[in-house]
Design a protein around this ligand. Structure first.
Ligand SMILES: C[S@@+](CC[C@H](N)C(=O)[O-])C[C@H]1O[C@@H](n2cnc3c(N)ncnc32)[C@H](O)[C@@H]1O
Length: 302
């Protein structure tokens, strides 16, 4: 049986150069975030060690330390890549890049500077865990304060915590490569550039906030996946169905555990994915193989 996906164990910055211009129908991707050392050199061991520590890094929990350089590094990493996204996408095609609240603007700027039109900010809504913490511990340890001063300060700061609202939304930049002529002219030539409004997550007109409940996500965990930032397949499938037709080509340069590929195959699309880490590449291939052998692919493609 013909395989409907191609995956490569490469650095996407090299791999993407092999893709022909104006050949991809949709990019949906979730790049590394550059938080507290989680940079472009995605080191699985370091990442796990950091995340497993419930302690603090420089006064804030892992992932929440504010450092302007993280955003700058992320943008520098994404700028040349977004220029490549622009090159490989068909005119009028869409690109969705996942980010997080405090780094979203960096991803949007990288896309903007590459020539994309920023169409919107989308949000995946989920049930977050509160991460803010009180200062009691630091006050108790302060050798410059007497016991009564400590008790007074702790009482004064009752309820006051570090500035981290419970995260409940993951933003995505929705960008479009400028189309050639009108929407209809572009569609006739490239079959992209319009959105399918018959697709819905909740029975309503598709909106910018995509609510994917825990129950839906749990139902998807058919195999045990060892990856820290897995995206729900139904969310990616929804995005793919909104912005592409059956049989079109979806590309994810940061494959991870392969959720975007599984979503593309389940939606009867073709898929290309890159992953730098051998371990994740193998996990992704296993999932993609399974999806490809069970999907009723292209049954409805004319
Ligand atoms: C945020 S995760 C993607 C998770 C994915 N959306 C999922 O649902 O499993 C980013 C992935 O990009 C990979 N990565 C980091 N830098 C890369 C690069 N330069 N080229 C290709 N993959 C890279 C990491 O190993 C990691 O698996």
């Amino acid at each position: 049986m013909e395989k409907h996906y191609q995956t490569y164990n490469v650095d996407c910055r090299d791999g993407i150069k092999e893709i022909a211009g104006d050949s991809i129908d949709f990019i949906v991707t979730d790049p590394p975030y550059f938080i507290d050392g989680m940079g472009s050199d995605w080191d699985d061991k370091k990442l796990k060690k950091k995340a497993s520590k419930s302690g603090v890094v420089g006064g804030l929990p892992v992932g929440m330390k504010f450092d302007r350089a993280q955003g700058e590094d992320l943008q520098k990493f994404l700028e040349p890549l977004c220029a490549e996204f622009y090159r490989v996408l068909k005119p009028g095609a869409f690109c969705v890049v996942f980010s997080q609240g405090r780094l979203y603007h960096r991803a949007a700027m990288a896309l903007d500077m590459a020539g994309f039109e920023i169409r919107d900010m989308l949000g995946w809504k989920y049930e977050g865990q509160p991460k803010a913490f009180s200062q009691d511990h630091f006050i108790r340890k302060d050798k410059n304060l007497s016991e009564s001063e400590k008790e007074k300060l702790i009482a004064e700061l009752d309820g006051l915590k570090t500035p981290q609202l419970k995260p409940q939304i993951e933003p995505m930049a929705l960008a479009q490569k400028p189309k050639e002529g009108t929407f209809v002219e572009n569609w006739k030539k490239y079959q992209v550039g319009l959105m399918n409004t018959k697709v819905s997550l909740d029975g309503m007109f598709p909106g910018t906030i995509m609510d994917v409940s825990k129950k839906v996500r749990r139902d998807e965990s058919d195999i045990k996946i060892d990856h820290m930032t897995i995206k729900p397949v139904c969310l990616i499938s929804h995005l793919i169905k909104l912005f592409t037709k059956e049989g079109q080509v979806v590309f994810d340069p940061f494959l991870g555990s392969g959720s975007h590929g599984v979503a593309a195959i389940a939606a009867n699309r073709k898929f290309i994915g890159f992953e730098i880490e051998r371990k994740y590449f193998d996990i992704a291939n296993k999932r993609l193989d399974k999806a490809d052998s069970s999907a009723d692919l292209f049954a409805t493609v004319r």
